[in-house]
Design a protein around this ligand. Structure first.
Ligand code: ATP
Length: 194
């Protein structure tokens, strides 16, 4: 059977955490997708910009997190262009490369609420179907709500920001990120002070 229903999970992944894994797996199952492509956003290589870890580190962490899971893949398309990309341009390119694929774009409640601010959102909506997942602390509200698939999952009160802080403060991070990601962060001292 041809695998052609693809859910994209775009993000900064600084670091990737179990919230991302849960949303990916729930979208996969509830929307009968064939694959999830984790798509880290680009930033200049080997450089910290506004506190964001290098693209290289974020890609490595995503790779480690998805490991050998057959349905999960890494998409480096945003690194193939110079500088940051608008999602609409990335998705147009993907659609051109894979015209027979059906693309879904998985987002959390904070992104749902901000959809109206996305570059050329109406054009993007023609290319992808959004799958929205509620997020604690964010109202699940948008003028685009009728156009997206809202799936139900337990609320996951975890964010990358919270985890960077926990690593910096040497607080518990076990089970919030996978072991391989935790090791990578600690060996490379990604979020240490200074
Ligand atoms: P930050 O703390 O910087 O906001 P983040 O935890 O949102 O980071 P991203 O890599 O920016 O991590 O997230 C990618 C996508 O995953 C976004 O659409 C975001 O809304 C969604 N997401 C991340 N964590 C959760 C969560 N706990 N519940 C629901 N959606 C989430």
């Amino acid at each position: 059977m041809k695998k052609n229903k693809v859910g994209i999970l775009g993000g900064t992944f600084d670091p990737p955490h179990i919230g991302h894994l849960i949303m990916a797996q729930e979208a996969l199952e509830q929307c009968n997708l064939d694959k999830i492509w984790f798509m880290p956003s680009a930033s200049p290589p080997h450089k910290k910009v506004d506190g964001v870890s290098s693209g290289n580190d974020r890609v490595k962490m995503v790779e480690k997190m998805i490991g050998e899971v057959e349905e999960f893949e890494l998409s480096l398309i945003e690194f193939e262009r110079e500088g940051p990309s608008f999602t609409v341009d990335t998705m147009k390119e993907l659609k051109m490369k894979h015209p027979d694929f059906e693309f879904y774009f998985i987002i959390g409640g904070d992104s749902v609420a901000a959809l109206h601010t996305w570059e050329r959102i109406d054009e993007l909506m023609e290319i992808v179907t959004f799958i929205g997942i509620e997020r604690p602390g964010h109202a699940f509200k948008s003028s685009y709500l009728d156009s997206i698939i809202a799936i139900e999952t337990p609320l996951i009160g975890i964010s990358s920001t919270m985890l960077r802080k926990r690593f910096r403060q040497k607080k518990n991070t076990k089970y919030y990120v996978t072991e391989a990601v935790k090791d990578y962060i600690e060996v490379n001292q990604l979020y240490d002070e200074g």
